[in-house]
Design a protein around this ligand. Structure first.
Ligand SMILES: *Cc1c(COP(=O)(O)O)cnc(C)c1O
Length: 376
């Protein structure tokens, strides 16, 4: 008998905050008490320690904890002396935050198409470059670092700086080099659902340039230099010391979390790669790429029907950015453009649950439910 009432339901949330907290409950509670006892809230040693650890982990020469991933991009743009009429190129397939940072820097955001890897397409970037272009912002989406070779070559030949939005890609690599360390600066987000999440908002800026580092140090702390003298216009954009303390601890366990995510991606790949109706992301070990799988973004035929089928069986999925790439948003006055690849992708793209506490039976349930939908 197979009617709807007999369907076996198992709840698989898209992300499980409670389980994530439960994993580290004791340690995080201890850290909370320790920091509060010390009254160490702003620019204290826990932040310094975290920044040191993040330097070691990413190979960046300088790291600054900042308020969040959005303001991290804005601060880097502020280092470029942007004037009205200047342009900054970014992909249409990104979170609104990337474009908002450009908007508030005073520049006009220009939206580029994506390639088969769902990341910024270099040919599309090249077509958008004019004399007004002040920066290119590749977004290392879903925990995958773009093939940076061609993009870096193009940017160098035109003398345009690259700022990486690596909000989703801490520890992700291309040719052994970490996301966020290719251009003049890169940004990370510690939003709770990001691969390294804190208990609220948080972000970081990575840079190998001592000039940029000096400027960021001032910008995030009211224009003060390391001795506390006010030497320029700045703002308040600091990472809370308490969040830094949590993050320092979590960074210590981050390798395991990344391996968990990569194992889930492998399991999805094994279970789903025979389905002709799906296009999957590359498996974990893919050439020069080391992916951290912030997301598992597939392309699916009959996506809406598949989504409903999964939802009815308790499995939560997401279509990125509420289903719309940036160039399809109304009211924000983006320059009108048609981006064929991005538009095609958004008819099919779908994020499956992927997070370290996801259990093997849950993954297998997702896989079998998808197979069932397509009649395998
Ligand atoms: C999360 C995210 C941001 C913004 O980070 P916040 O810390 O939430 O401000 C920017 N860009 C991308 C691609 C993101 O996924």
């Amino acid at each position: 008998m197979s009617n709807n009432s007999s369907v076996k339901i198992r709840e698989v949330p898209f992300f499980d905050y409670s389980k994530m907290f439960a994993r580290y409950q004791e340690a995080l509670t201890e850290i909370f008490q320790d920091v509060l006892r010390r009254g160490a809230f702003i620019l204290q040693r826990d932040l310094e320690e975290f920044e040191e650890r993040l330097k070691k982990y990413t190979g960046a020469k300088h790291v600054f904890g900042v308020a969040d991933g959005t303001n991290a991009i804005l601060l880097l743009l502020r280092c470029l002396n942007i004037e009205k009429g200047d342009e900054v190129i970014l992909p249409s397939h990104t979170f609104i935050a990337t474009a908002a940072a450009v908007h508030y820097s005073g520049a006009t955001p220009l939206l580029a198409d994506c390639g088969k890897d769902h990341l910024i397409d270099v040919d599309s970037v090249e077509r958008l470059i004019s004399k007004k272009c002040k920066a290119i912002i590749p977004v290392q989406l879903n925990g995958r670092t773009a093939d940076m070779e061609r993009l870096m070559t193009l940017a160098k030949s035109r003398n345009i700086p690259i700022i990486e939005d690596a909000a989703q890609a801490l520890g992700s690599k291309f040719c052994g080099k970490c996301a966020g360390t290719f251009g003049i600066g890169g940004t990370i987000s510690f939003y709770p659902a990001k691969t390294l999440g804190c208990l609220g908002d948080g972000g970081a800026i990575l840079t190998n340039s001592s000039e940029v580092a000096e400027r960021i140090g001032e910008l995030r702390d009211h224009g003060r230099d390391p001795r506390g003298n006010i030497v320029s216009w700045g703002t308040n954009c600091r990472l809370d010391n308490l969040q830094a303390a949590f993050l320092s601890f979590k960074l210590h366990h981050y390798h395991r979390e990344v391996e968990d995510r990569r194992a889930i991606a492998s399991r999805y790949h094994e279970g789903l790669s025979h389905l002709a109706e799906l296009t999957l992301p590359p498996p974990p070990d893919d050439g020069a790429h080391f992916d951290v799988f912030q997301n598992y973004e597939i392309e699916a035929e009959e996506r809406e029907a598949l989504r409903n089928h999964l939802k009815e069986r308790g499995i939560a999925t997401i279509v990125q950015w509420g289903g719309k790439p940036l160039h399809q948003l109304q009211n924000l006055n983006f320059r009108r453009t048609e981006l064929a690849n991005t538009e095609e992708l958004f008819k099919k793209c779908l994020l499956l649950p992927i997070y370290p506490t996801l259990e093997e039976e849950e993954i297998d349930y997702v896989i079998s439910t998808i197979c069932e939908f397509y009649g395998y």
